[in-house]
Design a protein around this ligand. Sequence first.
Ligand SMILES: Cc1ncc(COP(=O)(O)O)c(C=O)c1O
Length: 400
Amino acid sequence: MTNSYKSRNQDISTFGYSGILTELNKLAKKRSSHLHLSNCDPPAYGYTLDPNIIRKIDQLQISAYTGYPSWNGDEELRSMLSIRIKNITEAHIPAERIIMTNGVSECFPLTFAALFHSTLGSIAIPDPSYIPLMVQARRFGKVWFYECLEENSWNPDFDQMIRMLEKEKDTRALLIITPNSPTGAVYTEKVLKEFINLAGQYNLVIITDEIYDTLTFTEFQSPLQYSEEVPVVYLNGFSKVYRLPGYRLGYIGWYDPNMEYNEVWSYLEQLCKAKFGVSLLAQEIAKLALQESEDHIISFVNSVKKKQSLLNARLIEIEGVSFVPATGGTYVFPKIKFPQIKDEDLAKYMLQEYGIYVTPGSAYGPSVAPGHLRYVSLASEKDLRKGMDILEKSLGDFSS
Ligand SMILES: Cc1ncc(COP(=O)(O)O)c(C=O)c1O
């Protein structure tokens, strides 16, 4: 199956992990040091859990967590997550329909493998996209990209999506990331309803990655709020809002009100049984993380928001750049307006000459993503200012 898709999928040697990212990483290794401004690793920039929770984590008897976990995850944790999902998305996904995974990154191959196990088909993913998602989607299905438009606040171009849906008749799934990586867009009710309408009309399952859910500077809404009859595979995890990427913990929530996808769910269960669950210790820590005070989460979000404002204020001043202020997540994805400057060349130059690591848009998709740079808004204000100064300087160097 994989081989037949290989020939049908567009060559991604220029985006994804191959190509430019490999080159940048080699360049970074050659340098004695560099400032990484494109890694969304909250603890690496000093964002950790509330010290009260950290104290409780430190008191755990880690030798007590050596046995095998249950294949779908700790029941108490899944019940807590069911409540969290209800609080945030208004949807009822019972604990029995939640499976713990090794990060959201593992939700992708599991979901796609289950979905395309007995019926081959296509999957629609955004351009720009999250890189691991692109890599995994093309292992199991035929991938096509729906375009998100910077001139429309990074919302999808639904006309293009409809044209593609008419063409790619075997499309089975539509993938949404909100808040979005790398654009920082948070979809509104109107946009979410358009997604849902199309999914209903073309008989698609929605897969929604909401790993940044409450890390927003505007009201957050989930497609689950509007899905009604449309099946939704809900993906979330502990790496961002709870700042625990090192424990590799994510989960899949299954919303299928008319039980149309029972066969897919059963196969997903089989796949998860075959991999014996996820770390017991990580799940114990997750239960503690879920008890973090609202205040601490709010202060984290406010700190990121302040850094986003700083990036926005600097980007306005830089000639040759346009951008959409992020409404959520940890990114800003400015466009380089000089057509003669390639994003890959600019990223390489910034790293080689000035030791600033940012990711070129070309890594994130084939059509819309090139011509941009991804900055993560987690570094210190001083480092973010430096990153912006170097962008301004480098654009000046290139255009002179
Ligand atoms: C949209 C999106 N999904 C998933 C992930 C990875 O999640 P995890 O650490 O849970 O594997 C990221 C990390 O940057 C992300 O941006």
